[in-house]
Design a protein around this ligand. Structure first.
Ligand code: SAH
Length: 412
């Protein structure tokens, strides 16, 4: 062959997913590597018959051995190519109805940039690099982000555990616009506007890049339901910094009980309640385990008009699905029992390993065990700045159901 350069040669029959433009190439599909590509280098991916399939970023240690950049042999993978992708991703956000100055600008594979997440919080950008490919191009990506947004501050939160799978160490701190000379470091505590609310977060210490932007639309749905149904007693489980708590108060709830096992998150949730001018007497914050708290409420004979269950990722991959299914079922069963007849459960799974269909089945079986009949009145998903693409079904990670507990049970 005329060209030099490193290449991955696939085993026979292993070209199918790349031909469907799925960006991941698993190690087991690779017959051999020619050349000596370094971590993050661009490699040619060739089928067993030698035909070109993709340009991809090489991850020598990961089970996902390469991630496709382009399926066009004529495409050069360089700074101009990456800047074009970044500009396109940012412009795509203008198509979405996003009621916030906190939004996801780049959502990894869905934006053609596998392993890169970038969130904008007011005037500060926060990026997470979780693959060797984007790590290799970090400087180019940082410059392009500033150019395309016109902003000056970019903080790195590459402390996700998945970096270990790629053989990359953790990295956090200012990538651009950090302290210079005698000038103090820019603040990592930021206030964003979401819908009619103001919410504080800390990009250095918060979960992920600081906040769960993907639940923005669900928080608004919850506020609307609370207002419409006049919910008085709300229970917000896994409340983090109180986004749904603020939504419930904004919707007119008389009292919101919020549970999380993180003390700092609860502290910030209290701050967010006060920041929006709500009386903290309308709130109770519990630093506790949700499962144990739900059981204690049942024993104490307590009930709620509406309950939110937004747990952390119980099943990162399908391999964890069985155990996770039991954990989801348990909390949903308990929550359905705690609802008054006619009450509503907003229940979520952000596990990539649990499909929307399986989640529906889990909640259905929780209802069966609780002896509760319910209607699913809405299906929910991540906010549109966390898009799914046609070629990458793994992009669908967050799913939710609104379940209305039937007002009276009927023997049938
Ligand atoms: N609904 C939130 C996001 C929830 S993230 C929002 O809108 O911002 C999941 C939260 O669950 C995290 O804050 C984490 O601290 C908390 N958590 C994890 N395990 C828990 C447990 N067993 N009991 C209580 N909280 C838990």
């Amino acid at each position: 062959m005329a060209d030099a350069g490193p290449a991955l040669h696939l085993k026979p029959g292993k070209e199918k997913s790349l031909l469907r433009r799925h960006p991941w190439l698993f190690a087991a599909a690779v017959a051999r590597v020619s050349g000596v590509p370094a971590s993050g280098d661009t490699v040619r991916v060739l089928g067993a018959d030698g035909r070109f399939l993709a340009w991809a970023a090489y991850s020598p240690q990961s089970a996902i051995r390469a991630r496709a950049w382009s399926f066009d042999e004529a495409q050069r993978i360089d700074a101009a190519f990456l800047s074009t992708l970044i500009g396109r991703a940012i412009r795509t956000r203008a198509c979405f109805d996003i009621q916030s100055d906190g939004l996801r600008l780049i959502h990894g594979e869905s934006d053609g940039l596998p392993g890169l997440s970038v969130d904008r919080y007011a005037d500060t950008l926060v990026a997470q690099f979780t693959s060797c490919g984007v790590e290799r191009w970090k400087d180019v990506i940082a410059d392009a982000l500033l150019l395309e947004t016109g902003l000056t501050r970019l903080y790195e939160r590459s402390d996700a555990s998945v970096r270990g799978l790629e053989g990359l160490p953790e990295a956090t701190g200012w990538l651009r616009g950090g302290p210079a000379g005698d000038a103090p470091a820019p603040p990592t505590e930021i206030i964003i506007r979401e819908h009619d609310w103001r919410l504080t977060l800390d990009i250095a210490t918060g979960h992920k890049t600081g906040f769960y932007l993907d639940q923005r639309d669900s928080r608004q749905r919850f506020a609307i339901h609370t207002r419409h149904r006049k919910f008085q007693r709300v229970l917000n489980c896994f409340c983090y910094t109180g986004g749904f708590t603020v939504a419930a108060l904004a919707g007119g709830a008389a009292h919101v009980t919020s549970i999380d096992s993180s003390g700092p998150a609860l502290e910030r949730a209290r701050t967010n309640v006060a920041l929006n001018g709500f009386d903290v007497a309308r709130t109770t914050f519990l630093d506790a385990d949700v499962n144990a708290s739900l059981r204690a409420f049942i024993e104490g004979g307590q009930t709620f008009d509406a309950i939110i269950l937004d747990p952390p990722k119980f099943a990162p991959t399908a391999a964890h699905a069985d155990r996770a299914a039991r954990a989801y079922k348990d909390i949903n069963r308990l929550a359905l029992k705690l609802l008054v007849p006619g009450g509503e459960l907003f229940t979520y799974s952000c596990s990539g390993g649990i499909s929307a269909d399986l989640f529906h089945k889990i909640v259905a079986s929780a209802g069966m065990d609780a002896g509760v009949e319910g209607c699913i009145s809405e299906r929910l998903q991540g906010a549109p700045d966390h898009p799914m693409t046609l070629h990458f079904p793994e992009g669908e990670y967050l799913k939710g159901l609104v379940v209305v507990k039937k007002p009276e049970s009927v023997n049938y």
